[in-house]
Structure formats: C-alpha cells, structure tokens
Design a protein around this ligand. Sequence first.
Ligand SMILES: [Mg+2]
Ligand SMILES: [Zn+2]
Length: 186
Amino acid sequence: MNKAIFFDRDGTINVDKGYVYKLEDLEFEKNAIEGLKELTKTEYKLIVITSQSGVGRGYYTEEDMHKFNHELIRRLNEKGIKIENIYFCPHHPEKGIGKYKVDCDCRKPEPGLIMGAKNEYNLTLQDSIMIGDKTSDIEVGKRSRCKTILVKTGEGGKDKSYNIKPDYVADDLLDAAKWILNNKNE
Ligand SMILES: [Mg+2]
Ligand SMILES: [Zn+2]
C-alpha cells in the first residue's frame, strides 16, 4: 500500500488569480517550490486535486487547463519535484454549461477525485494528507479520512464554507512540509 499527499492547486501551489489558465498567470505561491522539494524526498506520492469549474462555466477549455497543468508540472520537474498526477473536476451544479452542469461526486468537498487516486495508486487514505487553502479542501480531506493541513496562502480558510478543524494550520507549503517531516519522526 502507498500513501499520498494531496494538494489543492490554486492558492496552495500557484497564486490564485481567479480562474487561472493562462500560462503567463502561472506564479508559484511563497515557499511552494521549497516545500514541494522537501516532500519529494519522502515516500509520499504527490498528487494534485483541483476543482476547475472555470471549464464548466465556459471561461476556458479542458485543453487550456491541461496546458496550464503540464506547464506547472514541467516547471516543478525542473526543480527536481515529481508530481504524480493532477485530478480535476470541471463541473458545477448550477453554473456549468451543457454536460458540465452536473451535481457530481468529484467537486470538493465530495471525495470522488481522492477515491479515484486511491484506486489508481493503491493508497491508504488514513496515512495520506490533504493540503489546501479553502475550507472545502479540509472538508474533503476529512471526509476521505486523511490528515488535513490548511495553508494560510490563497484564501487561507477565510471562505468559511465549512466548519473545519485542520490537523495543522501552516503559513505556507514549506511550513506544512516541516510539520509533516517532524510528525513522521515521532
Ligand atoms: Mg485553492
Ligand atoms: Zn465533478
């Protein structure tokens, strides 16, 4: 069995400029690369879990999103960081257009994306960790029985959509990485 660290994308790894998809808008959050570098040295698989309702809303296409994701992975690879996969939900229950208007099981905090990763990588979710900047990231982690870390970058939990109690509140991904590495040694 394997274990993973699940990362939200916008506001956690890269700066959330609002429905980001243009390559020129790819800017990494403070200490994100440094934190991911530390976590690359661990046995955790690094997996991104992202809600991209901008696709469903018609703001950009799935292809635009894939281009952005590939560039994100490429830039991190250059730094020696290996992202295993990026799972995305393009839906929105009300604002989605056509086939994207779905009350799906993969939009956070629904655990569909994490369950897909669990099956693909044979993960033990109890040993896995979800990191994100919104309360829905913490809620999806909790519903999936992962440990949870809220980062203060991006929204920093201020959306208050869900009443959450993360296992740790980190300044940024480097602080989150340090907490994970310290906990492992206990
Ligand atoms: Mg986010
Ligand atoms: Zn979905």
